[in-house]
Design a protein around this ligand. Structure first.
Ligand code: FES
Length: 152
């Protein structure tokens, strides 16, 4: 491990930081480290995260603080995680039930079982490998390309 490795807390749980643009934390962390980004504006220019509504700015700042070994108050982290989770669920639900499911064959049912960071657990009835793939493709396109979509 080199001296330039970030502290363990830097990565945090992989998550969808910018819900507007669909940019996950590993992509932001990678851009900061690889390209030597130093501020929110750099992140906006390089990966477009934070160029929409702005509610992810606090979390991007948290990532910078983590990477620089600065203390981030637990309450700030908790608030960032709660907002991230709530908005990620909303984005997934909006894409699923607003755009994807209405176009599936009658009688096809998709239940959102859980959202854990970038992992999305779904239940598909009746099960169909082609429909699974279609849903994966659309959710990655509409929400974030880094989602891990699992079916039960
Ligand atoms: S969530 Fe990042 S700009 Fe809206």
């Amino acid at each position: 491990m080199s001296d330039e490795s970030p502290p363990k807390s830097a990565a945090g749980p992989p998550r969808l930081v910018c819900r507007c643009i669909g940019v996950a934390s590993p992509r932001i962390i990678d851009a900061i480290q690889r390209d030597g980004l130093t501020c929110l504006e750099d992140v906006q220019k390089r990966v477009r995260a934070g160029t929409g509504c702005g509610t992810c700015h606090a979390e991007i700042e948290e990532i910078f603080a983590d990477l620089h070994g600065q203390e981030v108050p637990k309450l700030t982290k908790l608030q960032n995680r709660q907002l991230c989770h709530t908005e990620t669920v909303q984005r997934v639900e909006g894409s699923l039930y607003g755009g994807i499911v209405p176009k599936l064959a009658d009688g096809t049912r998709v239940d959102l079982v859980a959202v854990k960071g970038l992992q999305i657990d779904l239940h598909l009835t009746p099960d169909d490998p082609e429909i699974r793939e279609l849903i994966r493709e659309k959710l990655c396109k509409f929400v974030c390309q880094d989602l891990l979509i699992r079916f039960s």
